[in-house]
Write a protein that binds this ligand. Structure first.
Ligand code: FMN
Length: 187
């Protein structure tokens, strides 16, 4: 039995979409191992992007914007594992996910040092329509750099691709990767 906490953030507008299916599978598999899980669907929440007001650099240690992201930003401080699940939209994360990520600016001091407790782990789950794995392979490395700013040194990637032959996105392989990663996260 382990006493870890996972916060899962869904960035797709499709609750039954591929990134959400994979994230839900991960959450269910890790829950069985005693990890507590909290999930949020960004598309259902009301929030704004970072206002670049610099209050979190000059006056406070938290984001002064109070909206539906306030709870998530606080929950992540106490989380051991963060899951970021997003579709690829025009070669990047969804706007919903990007809006959330920008607000994590409040986790950084004026010297770009992380205010988060080190040792958190992250999983990024990305679903795309393009079957070519080379396309949009840049997305995870780019955002992984920012995870490192937040002192998140262990991060994992799961990707899902559309298959023209099957006329759908086969998730079997990705489900197996999820199981493998759950093992790594809880060992
Ligand atoms: C606005 C929009 C933009 C998209 N842009 C891309 C893209 O740039 N590359 C790609 O491979 N697929 C793109 N897609 C397809 C989605 O990435 C694909 O349907 C994915 O499975 C959606 O994730 P979800 O199932 O988790 O919702 C786009 C879809 C939409 C609606």
């Amino acid at each position: 039995m382990c006493f870890m906490k996972l916060v899962c953030i869904h960035g797709s507008p499709r609750e039954e979409g591929n990134s959400s299916k994979l994230a839900n599978h991960l959450c269910a598999s890790i829950k069985v191992k005693g990890v507590s899980v909290k999930s949020y669907f960004l598309n259902k929440l009301k929030y704004i992007g970072c206002q670049s007001c610099m209050a979190c650099k000059e006056r406070t240690e938290v984001c002064v914007v109070k909206d539906d992201l306030t709870e998530i930003l606080s929950e992540i401080k106490y989380a051991d594992i963060i899951v970021l699940a997003s579709p690829i939209f025009f070669g990047d994360l969804s706007a919903q996910m990007k809006g959330f990520i920008d607000r994590t600016y409040s986790y950084l001091t004026i010297d770009y040092k992380s205010r988060l407790v080190p040792g958190k782990k992250a999983v990024m789950i990305l679903a795309q329509g393009d079957p070519d794995k080379k396309h949009f392979a840049d997305v995870f490395p780019r955002y992984n750099e920012f995870l490192k700013w937040h002192d998140i040194k262990e991060s994992h990637l799961i990707r899902a691709f559309y298959s023209p032959e099957m006329k759908s996105t086969p998730l079997d392989g990705a489900y197996r990767e999820v199981e493998d990663i759950v093992g790594k996260l809880t060992r």
